[in-house]
Design a protein around this ligand. Sequence first.
Ligand code: NAD
Length: 418
Amino acid sequence: MSTSVGEPAFDNVRKLINDVCDRISIAEACRSRLLECKREVTVHFPVRMDDSTVRVFAGFRILHNDSRGPAKGGIRYHPDVTLDEVKALAALMTLKSAVADIPYGGAKGAVVCDPKVLSQNELERLTRRYAAEITLLIGPETDIPAPDVGTNPQIMAWIMDTFSMGRGYSVPAVATGKPLEIGGSRGRFEATGRGCVITALLAAKHVAMNAGEATVAVQGFGNVGAVAARLLSREGCRLIAVSDSRGGVYNPKGLDLDLLSAQKKETGSVVGFKNAETITNAELLALGCDILVPAALEHQLVKANASSVKARLIVEGANNPITPEADSILSDNGIFVVPDILANTGGVIVSYLEWVQGLQFLFWEEGEVNDYLQKILTKAFAEVLQTSHQEKVDMRTAAYTIALRRLAAAMALRGIFP
Ligand code: NAD
């Protein structure tokens, strides 16, 4: 099983690209290029485990498109990750960078493994070997990894170090989402969650919802979900439910985030939190609330459960959490969706800022980084909303429209086949 729960993830993204290309005038050569990934690499590599046995792991690195600049995209460690899913995620990165109008293309990588059962030493050996296997593909000018599900700043540090060993000097701009001590950016760890909150507040204003009184449910309490939950609470929202891979917790009066984070740190899960009722992930998605933030994995809202959603606003923290069929049901039910390629773009925006800082060896204060993020995302949100109104399409179609026009313009200027 893939983390996309058996759905053909890349086909879904391709369908959206195709549908939007049908609607707008785009050269066939551009469409054909965007329907495929430029480079797909699978590696199988050995790792010595702590008990001295050797296990062979599979990994991927996909470059979808680099017409607008070097390819950018995270690395996922998950036992169910598939090549198809990584291709879909790489394509989303291309679109996302174009929506945010930053000079990047799209890429994604993964290793089929369960990081939760590996020791720190095993994780380091696995990461260094994977980095060595893809070292010819990555680099500050070509393809720049970042964290995704199951990876973190420490893993980015090992990737940066392995790549730098091959060069003989430090190359901070080869990966983003690194620890501050080795060229990470202030504000990067929180960037994706912060971006979700920026777009959630803009969307709330648009649908005339008072965010200060809104109730919120967040699926996934990892990097994106936990930060989004915290920052939404700071805006005055009442966080009534959160979940992780083991299940969820619900309290209509609100959850104490400090206590909840402490429990997650101690036990590895939000489940069992004593000031709340235990619920399933399926129940969380169907809760009566104002804002729903799916921030876990792909395809959580599908045809079978989309009609049970009661939220007024959905902000896609995760990539691809809603299937196309579910999307139409939500739209028919009047639910306003901020699509992934806009809502979770904060991560790639601040990765871009980290890369710029790394190339210059000049590092900024957190306020400067956050101001840039706010500015870029506010502009992107306004452009998507305007296109949605002008062309009478939903926010996802509008975001794809903007991205595909920008990509087509870049390809045309470069001569279609750079
Ligand atoms: P993470 O590994 O830090 O957290 C993932 C969370 O989801 C964990 O709490 C995990 O327990 C939970 N989870 C896993 N399976 C689940 C399930 N079936 N039901 C409910 N919860 C489940 O990962 P992350 O970096 O926060 O990424 C989450 C999503 O956001 C992914 O779709 C990722 O591609 C996307 N994203 C991440 C970034 C980033 O900067 N980290 C940027 C853009 C998009």
